[in-house]
Ligand binder design. Structure first.
Ligand SMILES: [Zn+2]
Length: 203
């Protein structure tokens, strides 16, 4: 708290109201010396005088303690800017997750097909070929699960019916039919099943 700023603020509010230090002191049942001390930044009004002082000066306690008028429009604008900024960060994070998801999916699929192609062409049929096919299939499935996890964590699904945006459970996402990133999901709000579209932000 800036006691000097508060003092100057009290003085300017008092002058705006066209009252003298003596008159203000009288209204608050205190001495004009006390008012003078506040205005010079030597002391703060006692808590039990603060509400009355604010009423007389037409200011809020918040404004008194900040030592300035708080513009409500500014306040709302600042809050709004902050929310927009947070939403942007959320969207950026989701886009990054989706990029990671596609990268994992495409590289692992390419790897898988490459290994199969090489193995089939160079190895005689036998246990080694079987082991290679099994191992690479398991690795592909693991990559698929990781990709699915990233996809579920990135953004939301929008219900086609009521446009509610929701995050499905991992299990729901796994067993839902899907085309690209559009999934056939049950909406938790309207309970209709629809082809829910993947969206990156909540608004
Ligand atoms: Zn719905």
């Amino acid at each position: 708290m800036d006691i000097i700023k508060i003092g100057k603020f009290i003085a300017s509010c008092r002058k705006n109201k066209n009252i003298t230090q003596e008159q203000l002191a009288e209204k608050l049942y205190i001495t004009d010396r006390a008012v003078s001390k506040w205005e010079r930044g030597l002391s703060l009004p006692d808590a039990d005088k603060m509400l009355d002082l604010c009423n007389i000066l037409d200011i809020s306690v918040n404004e008194l303690l900040n030592g300035e008028k708080i513009n409500m429009k500014d306040y709302e604008k600042k809050t709004e800017e902050l929310l927009v900024e947070l939403a942007k960060q959320d969207e950026l994070k989701n886009r990054k997750l989706m990029t990671a998801m596609w990268t994992i999916l495409i590289t692992s699929l390419a790897f898988y097909l490459g290994i199969l192609l090489i193995a089939v062409n160079t190895l005689e049929e036998g246990w080694l070929l079987g082991v290679i096919i099994c191992t690479s299939t398991i690795l592909l499935l693991i990559a698929g699960f990781i990709a699915l996890k990233l996809e579920v964590e990135a953004g939301y699904y929008e219900c086609k019916n009521c446009h509610h945006k929701f995050v499905p459970t991992y299990k729901e996402a796994l067993f839902a039919m899907h085309m690209s990133t559009t999934r056939h999901l049950k909406c938790p709000k309207c309970h209709e099943k629809s082809w829910a579209k993947k969206v990156m932000s909540k608004d």
